[in-house]
Design a protein around this ligand. Structure first.
Ligand code: ZN
Length: 135
């Protein structure tokens, strides 16, 4: 009987912790994150709050995007010009790092930017269309 109580207690604590974690992740996803796109297609979304290295290996080449202290930068790239590695660190909304030879774009909060832009221009719905043509 006692063992059951302990298991029940642990379950409640675990569920509580998971809920807290989920809320934390949800909260973070609202703000600082980067979206990586390759050839116009979404490759992945990563939180800027978490120090990490993202290896992007595609048919175009190899890139390593590093997230450190809330900033993202191109740490490694085997593109011929290496220009992406000289674009510095990004952390503010809508800032980008572009690796043209690899068709790779790293954008801070890229997705949110597009959706909020669409809802901001309520009375000019036709203006949204050219956005889609850009790619
Ligand atoms: Zn590059």
């Amino acid at each position: 009987m006692k063992k059951k109580d302990i298991i029940l207690g642990l379950t409640i604590i675990t569920v509580g912790l998971i809920l807290m974690l989920m809320m934390k992740v949800y909260h973070h996803s609202e703000g600082n994150r980067i979206v990586i796109e390759v050839n116009g297609k979404k490759y992945g979304t990563y939180s800027l709050d978490e120090n990490q290295e993202i290896n992007v290996d595609t048919e175009y080449g190899h890139n390593v995007i590093c997230i450190e202290a809330g900033k993202a930068y191109m740490k490694e790239a085997d593109c011929p010009d290496g220009y992406c590695m000289r674009q510095g660190k990004i952390s503010k909304k809508n800032q980008t790092i572009v690796c043209l030879p690899h068709k790779l774009v790293v954008e801070v909060n890229g997705e949110q930017h597009r959706t909020s832009k669409a809802s901001d221009n309520e009375n000019s719905a036709s203006d949204i269309v050219p956005d889609a043509v850009v790619k």
